[in-house]
Structure formats: structure tokens, C-alpha cells
Design a protein around this ligand. Structure first.
Ligand code: 8YV
Length: 339
């Protein structure tokens, strides 16, 4: 049977998601992980009706120029700083992301990084594996900083930030947050979190977690000046996007002993990590794996699949993609998206 639509999947995906796509569309799925050049991306997108892509695939007006076929782009991420949404909307392409399914997993991981950085798990494990635990350990060796009873600051209080906040109750922490818009009181109560301005957040937090989306406006939202305003001995965790932090300034602050430690899952120029950060024992580094639990990555793949099929108008939810970013495209096509 000839299938009406062609779909490109830019990176290897779970077989069950691919199988579901294949029931409805002609599937072109990449078998190996790679970074596509702008030209390759342009070419692949020109020949299909929809695509599932990853964060390293950057789609902008140039990628879309002359493409009159593409109808749906489903990003395998909640963040979509790799997509020029205005350009997609102008081109009539529906863009979708994978919100919510990764909130709890990513919040768990923020705590993994915070605990590991504050209690020096990475450095201590490297020391032990290197065979350096050979005699009695000093009573004042490997001293970390406590989390319990301290103040947790959250910059960016969306759904992941709220999930990070809820976990703080187990550590008896005071939770402060800063967001451009203050959350409704009922949500603040659920998270046991208080809104403060950014200066107070920096000044009062013992531990600061970044969970805000990356936009050109918040590039280096944590730079040398902000680091200087943070408490001496505090810990910074970034699970959002690397461009939020001035990495050279962070390395300098850690090296000078102002910040005690940092936990980083994201970097400005992935997969490159700033050499000054690599050189510091007090930084816990991981390769952008905040959402990487088996269940959550499967759920993200299924959600991207739902978005593609529904966006193309096939399958059980035809015309009602669950998580559109620019639903006005659907309205313009005469199909109503979910509010
Ligand atoms: C990535 C993320 O999608 O959802 C996001 O915004 O940054 C991650 O969940 C994931 O690392 C897949 O590349």
C-alpha cells in the first residue's frame, strides 16, 4: 500500500515508536546518531511531510527556504531553542515539543547533581578508584556542604522547577524562586516556595538550581556579577541550557573558592566542555542526560510520535497534536489544536 506521508526521524529512536509511525507513514529513520549540517538538514526536510528531530538539529528560515512540503516538526525535547518558531509559523509548519513527560525525571536529576556536587561524590569516587584510600582517613577529610536545613534557590519556576521545589520538603529546606511572573498562590503553596527578586535569590540561596528556558535575553544570566552576589560556599546546578552561564566566570569563581561546587548537565558549546571546568575537581559534569531514564525517554519518543501523526492528520488523534508550540498553525489550517 502506498502511504500518503513521508516522515524523517533524524536520530535512532525506540523500535516501538518507529513501528507505530510505520503503520501510518513512509518512514525514513536514521540508524546512527550524527550531527546534520545545515545543508543536510535542509535536504532531508525538503523531501518529507514531517520530521522528528533532536536538539542538535537547528531549524530556521534558511533551513525552510523553498520547502513547501513540510507540515510538522516534532522536537525530542521540551526546550526548543534549536527551533526558530517564528520562521516555522510563517512557513505554516507546526512545531511540537515534549513537555511534562520529563518533569519528574529531570527534577530527580537536578537533585542527583546537587547532592553529588555538595557532598563531593565525583571527586571522592575518582580518588578511591585511583587507589588513594590506603590508610586511615582524616576526620576532616572530604568535608562537603549540607543541603538539609539550608535555602534552595530556583531560577525559572516552570513545571520542572516546581518538581525540583517539591522535593526540597524531604530535605527540610526553605525554597525561594525567581520567575518573571509570580506563580498563583495555590501553586506556591504546593511547592512551599516564595517568590523573591533575582538579587535576593542570588544573595540568600545556599544552593541555586537553574531551570529556565534559554533565550537570547537570558544569555549568561549567571555571569561574573551574579556569581559574586551568590553566597560564599554555595553550590550552583544547571540542568537547563549551557548558554545561561558564563562558564569562564563560573570556573574563576570556583577556583577562587567563592562557590564551593557546581553540578552541570549542559554546556554552552556541547559536546565541548570549557577546559577550565574540566580541570576543577569540585565540578560534577554529566553529558546532558537530565531526561535520560528509560521510561522517560520512551515517553518522549511516544509523545513526539503522537505529535507527528496527529499533526499530519492521521491516527486516532488526527488534527489534535497533544503538545503544539505554535497551535495557530493548526487554526490557520482550519484544524483546532488543544488549548
Ligand atoms: C534533551 C532537554 O531533549 O528536553 C530538553 O529540553 O534538554 C533534554 O531532555 C535530551 O537530552 C535529548 O537529547
Amino acid at each position: 500500500m502506498t502511504k500518503r506521508y513521508k516522515v524523517w526521524v533524524s536520530r535512532p529512536l525506540f523500535p516501538e515508536a518507529l513501528a507505530r509511525l510505520e503503520q501510518h507513514v513512509e518512514l525514513h529513520a536514521e540508524a546512527i546518531e550524527r550531527v546534520h549540517s545545515p545543508e543536510q538538514l535542509r535536504e532531508r526536510l525538503a523531501g518529507v511531510d514531517a520530521a522528528i528531530i533532536g536538539l542538535s538539529d537547528r531549524v530556521d528560515a534558511a533551513t525552510l527556504a523553498g520547502n513547501h512540503r513540510l507540515r510538522v516538526i516534532a522536537n525530542l525535547a521540551v526546550g526548543y531553542n534549536n527551533l526558530d518558531i517564528d520562521a516555522l509559523t510563517r512557513a505554516g509548519v507546526l512545531a511540537c515539543n515534549t513537555p511534562d513527560v520529563l518533569n519528574e525525571t529531570t527534577a530527580d536529576y537536578a537533585w542527583a547533581l546537587l547532592l553529588a556536587a555538595a557532598r563531593r561524590v565525583g571527586a571522592a569516587e575518582r580518588w578511591l578508584r585511583a587507589g588513594q584510600w590506603t590508610g586511615a582517613m582524616r576526620f576532616d577529610d572530604w568535608l562537603g556542604v549540607d543541603l538539609h536545613g539550608k535555602t534552595l534557590g530556583i531560577l525559572g519556576m516552570g513545571r520542572i522547577g516546581q518538581a525540583v521545589a517539591r522535593r526540597a520538603a524531604g530535605f527540610d529546606m526553605r525554597v525561594l524562586y525567581h520567575n518573571r511572573t509570580r506563580l498563583p498562590e495555590v501553586v506556591e503553596r504546593q511547592c512551599a516556595a516564595c517568590w523573591v527578586d533575582k538579587a535576593a535569590l542570588l544573595r540568600e540561596s545556599d544552593h541555586l538550581v537553574l531551570v529556565l528556558p534559554y533565550t537570547p535575553q537570558n544569555h549568561h544570566v549567571i555571569g561574573a556579577a551574579e556569581l559574586a552576589q551568590m553566597k560564599r560556599g554555595s553550590v550552583l546546578v544547571n540542568i537547563a541550557r549551557g548558554g545561561l552561564v558564563d562558564e569562564a566566570a563560573l570556573a574563576a569563581s570556583l577556583a577562587a573558592g567563592h562557590l564551593a561546587a557546581a553540578g552541570l548537565d549542559v554546556y554552552e558549546d556541547e559536546p565541548v566542555v570549557h577546559p577550565a571546568l574540566l580541570a576543577l575537581e569540585q565540578v560534577v559534569l554529566s553529558p546532558h542526560l537530565g531526561s535520560a531514564s528509560a521510561d522517560t525517554r520512551r515517553n518522549m519518543a511516544q509523545l513526539a510520535t503522537d505529535n507527528v501523526l496527529a499533526g499530519l492528520g492521521v491516527g486516532p488523534d488526527a488534527g489534535r497534536p497533544p503538545t503544539p508550540i505554535n497551535p495557530q498553525v493548526l487554526a490557520a489550517r482550519g484544524v483546532l489544536g488543544k488549548a
